[in-house]
Design a protein around this ligand. Structure first.
Ligand code: DAH
Length: 438
């Protein structure tokens, strides 16, 4: 298997724990070595395959109408039985949750702390948007921010499409162009973003981002004697270093040159935290073409984007990204409004249960598709899906063995229910992905 890992310098691998594999930096492919060890975990042979289990109602009931930023959304408009649609019910059920708008939730607490920084540093000059509808056009999500036509993020494997022209935004950058066109010059956009992805403790198909944009006019940079781009880049770095200190205290920081389609030059900010360099955000000087198309021909701007979960996991010591969605009081009661960085105390660690499945893949097989099947069946009980063996036989057929870890954050799982989940995963992998189970 080859997975695409974003790498800022292109020359060395820096597979950060938190790296999103399809982000908008230049990406390259990296071969992952496989463990050839035989599985020691329990296999499906112990699963009980009765019809009772096959016909289980393992899906959560889904509310079918919701309102988002004044827009009424009906399930049938989002989840469609159509080849141009790849949105499952499990994703529809996340629309409208808006964790970032809950003042007592770690994501809301973090968002408010960032707002405080901008309000104080810029005398409330930044307009804040946290209720923009996550359903956007392909044009807004990709074209308007100059994402190349062949960029991997546009694929059905990486992005949730409602139809060929409409997606669930995969980044808050989707709103940049429209807000610029509407005349805003200082703004922050916070929202839920959606990406098809692998399953592990730092990846979840819905997460939250904040985007920031500041536009300058000639008066701003002319007096400085600097050229417009250097002026904007200098201001950007000063602003974001201040933000990092506001959130993390007096930390060591470094800037890394990188690539994004929407900015030039582009940078990443890293901080040295708990003995590791942690990537905090991506940013840069906005491409002139974006400004020009938004009617701003005599300006320069900077932009940044940051992932709220990634920062909140570090600041609050939250070990698994699924916990953000937990309604268990033992999680929710640990956080209160305005309390940034209260350390999360795990209430209990329930044992994981591992199940392996091996199958012959076909040409269209992707790990993201398998993960979608696993999430569709097991929801948040799926903790990790990991390729543990891979070989091609003399006939050219390729076999993959995946190890699925099931674990609830809230309770012990019974053998019976895990076996049932695994049975359903196998059946659906066979039916939906056309793999041949071994
Ligand atoms: N949209 C980028 C992503 O999701 C993050 C980002 C990087 C946003 C640089 C920006 C920016 O506005 O300037 O990976």
């Amino acid at each position: 298997m080859a997975i695409s890992l974003a790498n800022p310098t292109f020359l060395f691998s820096k597979p950060s724990l938190f790296l999103r594999r399809h982000c908008f930096r230049r990406s390259f492919t990296l071969s992952i070595p496989f463990s050839s060890s035989a599985s020691s975990s329990s296999s499906l042979s112990s699963a009980v395959s009765t019809d009772k289990f096959r016909s289980q109602k393992w899906r959560q009931p889904v509310v079918s109408v919701l309102e988002l930023g004044g827009v009424k959304i009906v399930r049938q408009d989002v989840v469609k039985d159509d080849p141009t649609n790849n949105v499952p019910d499990s994703i529809f059920s996340k629309l409208g949750m808006q964790l970032h708008k809950r003042d007592q939730h770690p994501l809301g607490i973090l968002k408010n702390a960032i707002y405080d920084y901008f309000d104080t540093s810029y005398s409330n000059k930044f307009n804040k948007f946290d209720d923009l509808c996550p359903i956007v056009s392909v044009k807004e999500n990709f074209d308007d921010v100059l994402v190349p036509a062949d960029h991997v993020s546009r694929s059905y494997n990486d992005t949730y499409y409602i139809d060929s022209q409409t997606v669930l935004r995969c980044h808050t950058s989707a709103h940049q162009a429209e807000l610029l066109r509407s005349g805003y010059t200082h703004f922050l956009v916070t929202g839920d973003v959606y990406r098809r992805d692998s399953i592990d403790s730092t990846h979840y198909p819905v997460f939250h981002q904040m985007e920031g944009v500041r536009v300058f006019s000639p008066d701003d940079w002319e007096a400085s004697g600097m050229d417009a781009t250097s002026y904007a880049a200098g201001d950007l770095k000063k602003c974001l270093e201040g933000l990092a200190r506001h959130l993390f205290g007096a930390v060591e920081m470094r800037w890394v040159d990188t690539y994004f389609p929407f900015t030039n030059p582009s940078f990443e900010l890293e901080i040295y935290f708990q003995e590791k360099w942690l990537e905090v955000l991506g940013c840069g000087v906005t491409e002139q073409e974006i400004l020009r198309r938004s009617g701003k021909t005599n300006n320069v701007a900077w932009a940044f984007g940051l992932g709220l979960e990634r920062l909140a996991m570090v600041l609050f010591e939250i070990p698994d990204i699924r916990l953000f969605w937990s309604t268990d009081e033992r999680f929710t009661s640990q956080f209160s409004k305005g309390q940034l960085g209260v350390k999360f105390k795990p209430f209990s660690k329930y044992p994981p249960c591992y199940k392996d499945m091996s199958f012959w893949i076909n040409e269209s097989f992707t790990e993201n598709n398998l993960c979608e099947v696993v999430r569709g069946v097991a929801g948040d009980l799926a903790e990790e899906v990991r390729l543990i063996d891979n070989f091609t036989n003399k006939k050219g057929m390729t076999s993959h063995c995946y190890r699925i870890a099931y674990r609830s954050m809230e309770r012990s799982l019974t053998d019976e229910e895990i076996n049932e989940l695994q049975w359903n995963v196998r059946e659906q992998a066979q039916n939906k992905l056309n793999v041949v189970l071994r």
